[in-house]
Design a protein. Structure first.
Length: 234
């Protein structure tokens, strides 16, 4: 499969992604809390906590409000890194909107956590994400673009996230998500999810197809009528 410039993903890159997935399954996970400090933000006062692990070799972060040791029903957001959205303000996705809304809401809680997970491009990496963007420019949706590159639609794994929450002392969560897979994976890895808190933000003309694809093909729980109403109100 080709995209603009007649380039494809190198078979070596695909093999690396596949090997990484197999290595994740074979390696017993060890997550370590490495550092903690206070972090005042425009969304409120947090502690920032840095974690390392032996699985994906990324350094993940948690923004923490309040006392979490033994805490139950903690409001939690799992946010996967999105350079183009979080830092550059891309309108192709809703990532920055979701991150800022989560920080604003959790910043008003007595206790809560935003996990910032270094899973760029749903864990396919920045280069492959931009390659997928090029295919989307030609008309493919987000799922077909990844598949055309020989990559999974969503390669994210939340076992690291579950262990981060355990290290912070969290016993059960109210999870801000539209993605049932996050609920399933946290529960699979020992974190009780007592409530799913809907996290749908207004759509725009650039990301509505992306959001509709999330709902139709990736199983995300989104209100399609509300997405279209957002466009009418824009």
């Amino acid at each position: 499969m080709f995209y603009k410039g007649e380039e494809t993903v190198s078979p070596n890159v695909i093999r690396m992604v596949q090997r990484a997935g197999k290595a994740q399954e074979a390696t017993p996970l060890q997550v370590s809390l490495e550092a903690r400090a206070k972090l005042p933000t425009r969304f409120g006062a947090f502690d920032v906590v840095a974690f390392s692990n032996n699985r994906d070799r990324h350094e993940h972060a948690a923004l923490v409000r309040g006392a979490l040791q033994g805490a139950e029903s903690v409001l939690v957001r799992l946010h996967s890194e999105c350079l183009t959205g979080d830092a550059f303000g891309s309108l192709k996705c809703d990532c920055r909107d979701q991150l800022e809304h989560a920080l604003k809401v959790i910043g008003q809680e007595e206790a809560g956590v935003v996990l910032y997970l270094r899973q760029e491009g749903r864990s396919i990496g920045l280069v492959n994400k931009i390659r997928a963007y090029a295919l989307q420019d030609e008309g493919l949706d987000t799922v077909d673009a990844n598949l055309a590159l020989g990559l999974p639609d969503d390669a994210r794994d939340y076992e690291v996230a579950a262990q981060m929450l355990q290290q912070l002392g969290v016993r059960s969560v109210r999870l801000m998500t539209n993605n049932p897979d996050k609920v399933r994976q946290l529960e699979k890895h020992g974190i009780e999810v007592v409530e799913r808190v809907a996290h749908q933000l207004p759509a725009n003309g650039h990301n509505v197809k992306y959001l509709q694809t999330k709902a139709a093909r990736s199983g995300h729980l989104l209100d399609d009528e509300a997405l279209l109403e957002d466009l009418d109100d824009a």
